[in-house]
Design a protein around this ligand. Structure first.
Ligand code: GDP
Length: 293
C-alpha cells in the first residue's frame, strides 16, 4: 500500500532503529493492514510477531536497522501466507478427485475451466463434472467453459429432470475410470449466502466421491468477509486448499491473509481475470509484495 511504502521509505533513510521507532512503525503497519482489509485478530497476531522479531533481532553488518525491519515484515508476511507454493496432491490410483466449493459468484465455474485447462497443459486428461444442478444455467455455463478449455463435461442428460448431484458425481467417477481421465473436477452448487442445505449437499458429494483435494474458492474482493465464509465452509464441508479469485481487481490482500490465518489451509491458486489463461499457482512472496506495495 502507499502508506506502508512511505513508512518503509522513511525507515530506509534513518540510521539506527530504536524501540520507539519499532513501535511507531508497527502502528503504521497496523493501519496499512487494516486498510488492506485484513481481519483485526490477524493484524494483531502479525504485529505482535513483527515487534518480537524486530526487538530481538541481532544487529546485522550487512543491513541497517531499517532494512532489517523491512526484511522482517516481508518474511513474516510470506510465512503467514504459507511460505512455499503448495502443489496439488495427486491420488496414487487415478482418478484424482478435486472438488470445488464456494459461494455463488465466487468464480467457481470459471475456475473449474481454468484448472481443467491448466491440467490439460500439463498432460493430464481431466473430466469436468456438473454437480451444480440448482442454478438453471450452471450446467450450460460449465459446458461452455469446458469447450473453451478443450475438456469434456459430465452432466446429467437434459430432460431427465433436475437430477441428484450426488448420483451425478458418483457416475462421473465411473465414467472417468472407463474413459481413462486421470483427474476429475467436481463443480458444486453455490448459494449467495452460506446455507445449511448447500453445506449438506456439498458434504454428501464429498462423502460419495472422497476427494483428494477440496478447494474453497473465494473472491478476493470480499476482503475480511472471507473469514466468515471460510469458517462456514471449513466446518460444513472441510477443505484442503484455497483458491483466491478476482485478484485482477484492486483487492489488497485482506482476504488472502485472513483466510490463511484463520483456517490454516494453504492458498494454492490465484485466479486473475475472466479468461481461462488468467490463472496461476499462488505465490506467497508475490502476494507479500502486493500487500507491502
Ligand atoms: P460461480 O457462481 O462461483 O460459478 O462464479 P462464475 O464462475 O460464474 O463467476 C462469476 C463472475 O465472475 C463471472 O462474470 C466471471 O466472468 C467473473 N470472474 C470469475 N473469475 C474472475 C476473475 O478472476 N477475475 C474477474 N475479473 N472476473 C472473474
Amino acid at each position: 500500500s502507499d502508506r506502508l511504502t512511505s513508512v518503509l521509505q522513511n525507515l530506509r533513510s534513518k540510521g539506527r532503529l530504536t524501540d520507539a521507532d519499532i513501535d511507531s512503525t508497527a502502528r503504521e503497519i497496523r493501519i496499512a493492514l487494516l486498510e488492506a482489509d485484513v481481519a483485526l485478530p490477524v493484524v494483531r497476531a502479525f504485529i505482535a510477531q513483527i515487534k518480537e522479531r524486530a526487538k530481538g533481532a541481532e544487529v546485522s553488518a550487512a543491513l541497517n536497522p531499517a532494512q532489517q525491519v523491512v526484511k522482517i515484515v516481508n518474511e513474516e508476511l510470506i510465512s503467514i501466507l504459507g511460505g512455499e507454493t503448495r502443489r496439488l496432491n495427486f491420488a496414487k490410483h487415478p482418478p484424482t478427485v478435486i472438488m470445488l466449493a464456494g459461494l455463488q459468484g465466487s468464480g467457481k465455474t470459471t475456475l473449474a475451466g481454468k484448472l481443467a485447462r491448466w491440467l490439460r497443459e500439463q498432460s493430464h486428461a481431466p473430466l469436468l463434472v456438473a454437480c451444480d444442478l440448482q442454478r438453471p444455467n450452471a450446467v450450460t455455463q460449465l459446458q461452455v467453459v469446458g469447450e473453451r478449455a478443450g475438456v469434456p463435461v459430465y452432466a446429467p442428460e437434459p430432460g431427465n429432470g433436475v437430477g441428484d448431484p450426488v448420483d451425478v458425481a458418483r457416475r462421473a467417477i465411473e465414467e472417468a475410470k472407463r474413459a481413462q481421465h486421470d483427474v476429475v473436477i467436481v463443480d458444486t452448487a453455490g448459494r449467495l449466502g452460506v446455507d445449511e442445505e448447500l453445506m449438506k449437499q456439498a458434504a454428501d458429494i464429498r462423502d460419495a466421491v472422497q476427494p483428494d483435494e477440496t478447494l474453497f474458492v473465494v473472491d478476493a474482493m470480499i476482503g475480511q468477509d472471507a473469514v466468515t465464509t471460510a469458517e462456514a465452509f471449513r466446518d460444513g464441508v472441510g477443505f484442503s486448499g484455497v483458491v483466491l479469485t478476482k485478484l485482477d481487481g484492486d483487492a489488497r490482500g485482506g482476504a488472502a491473509l485472513s483466510v490463511r490465518h484463520v483456517t490454516g489451509q494453504p492458498i494454492m491458486f490465484a485466479s486473475n481475470g475472466e479468461k481461462l489463461e488468467d490463472f496461476d499457482a499462488f505465490h506467497p512472496d508475490r502476494m507479500a509484495s502486493r500487500i507491502l506495495g
